[in-house]
Design a protein around this ligand. Sequence first.
Ligand code: BF8
Length: 645
Amino acid sequence: MSYIYPYLKANFPGKDEVLELTPNPASGELIKKLEKDVVETFLDRFAAQQPQCRFGLQGTCCRMCQWGPCTITEKSPRGVCGKDLNLIVMGNLLRALVAGLSAHARHAHEIYLTILAVSNGSIDMNLKGKGRIFEMADRLGISVENRAINSIAGEIAEILIEDLGRMTAGNLRILEAYAGQEHQELWEKLEILPRSSAYEIMEALHMTTLGACSDWMALVMQELRSALAYCYSTLFGTSLATEILYGTPQPRDSIVNYGILKEDHVNILLHGHSPVMVEKILEKIHTPEIQTLATQLGAKGIVLGGMCCTGDELLARYGIPTVTNILGQELALGTGAVDSVIVDMQCVIPGMKIVADCFGTEIITTCKSNRIPGAVHVPFDPEDPGSLDDDALFVARKAVEAFGRRERRNIHIPEHRSEARVGWSYEAIMETFGGAKYIVELLKTGTFKGICTIVGCNTPKVAYESNHVTIARELIAAGVLLTTTGCCSHALLNAGLCALKAAELAPPDTRSIFEELGAPPTLAVGGCVDNARTLRLFMALAEAAEVPMRDMPFMFIGPEPGNEKTIGQGVSFLVHGISTTIGFPGNIPQASVKPNDVADFFGKDGLFEKVGAKVYTEANPKLAAQIVNDHLNMKRIKLQEQGWS
Ligand code: BF8
């Protein structure tokens, strides 16, 4: 059964359709099990919400003051204050983007403050990313002569913190250090260079309050400005700073999917986004004290599994197996085999605790702003890290002790496991693929038809993971090299598309390159902040090809947008001239609604004239893949006309 939304030109799937189309058989098994166990999941709540509000779905509801809520209809084309459709739609999009920016900024803040704490000695650890420290110091103009490594890292962290919160005139130092000259000049001309993350969040919220800004185009420009803050102050900054702390991932093999859980082991899932506390907990889990505790309780060992972006980070860095993504978190607990989940920040849905309570799973929260009623709460504070070792040991012990209380009557672990070669940092890609010049050669000869990044969340508005996997399969078959992050990466990992043998799906000449180099056709580069790695790759390739990025055969694909954080991902690539294909209409009316300047601006020529990129929207994954292929071909034809062959 589908829920039909003609005005969106889209249908939302019911549970039966999800069961038919979802590509991971393990998900199907667990959906059925939870239904049999009469345990509610997102699918039941999604059904109960149907039909969803037409105004909310189209972004045409304004709730920014107490005069409303106001909705746009033929009878009422303006809100009470006089706002029209453009102002309401664009205001909602801007608020959503900066909400996502605030989430990434909070994550960045924790990472930067942790480096400061290591630098001033309040956290005792060795910084593993020495190469990254020297590279960043060089780009940021920091002197390294006769200085201890911790002191240089501390100065880098101070600059990143200033970029997060600068309130007086000045540009982002991290943007100046990493963005190409061509783009910096364009953004200066467009007057969209940001001051800091906090400043742009403040400005965006200010501009959208009652009576503050009546020019929708000014809101568009603030969207682009905020996206640049998002891209550099929080994506680049966090990804690079995390490497300062824990090192740069290198390719390694792993096994993923629900089948990594073991009935006779303690099963602990690691969930969220910031790896700081969890790194310390891992250290404790590997101590003889905790390993012995597990055996004393009758377990044969301890299995660790990752979820969401913390899972992506640990997979990339250590090969710790991942299990699932945001919409799989309830399913994972539905196995009945998970003893505890250690969560830090973001994308931890309240529904997970409902399932946890049904199966006796212990939830442990480690971020002071991400609380769950009934969970054990052991917050990490980089400004007061005195008890970090004791806290991490306490969490490790609690997580293992839950095994002794596990309800053993109703366990089902799907057997499905998939191989994966992971750890594709920017440097790892360059090394494995022989450097930027060689990758450009592969693009020129058509061995790679293009490079796309396929990323982002899940949404219950499409059959779970089916858009991610269908689009990726189609593109691999067309000879496109893929990078992936976030929840999409879990879908592709579990579908086996990050395994070396997935090269078999590619055309013969592309396949032999993957086999020769020892790389899969889908490169899992990390968590959502690591989209910066793909952007760095795109920048380096455009530079090596001596072609503006907007003309390169690249694309950003977000097949199942969900979280507000994902809007900034797409706009980050757009401002660099990389067009995006999104798999489900965002909260923006279809272009057929007239007048609809915002949809026209993003989907037709307005944005393209400014930055050289536009947004395509297609809910059908096969058609979306066709749009991507056409886009790449168009770019290739244009380059060939200019002598690229
Ligand atoms: O930052 S892809 S649902 S897990 S927001 Fe969240 Fe979306 Fe998943 Fe990681 Ni990214």
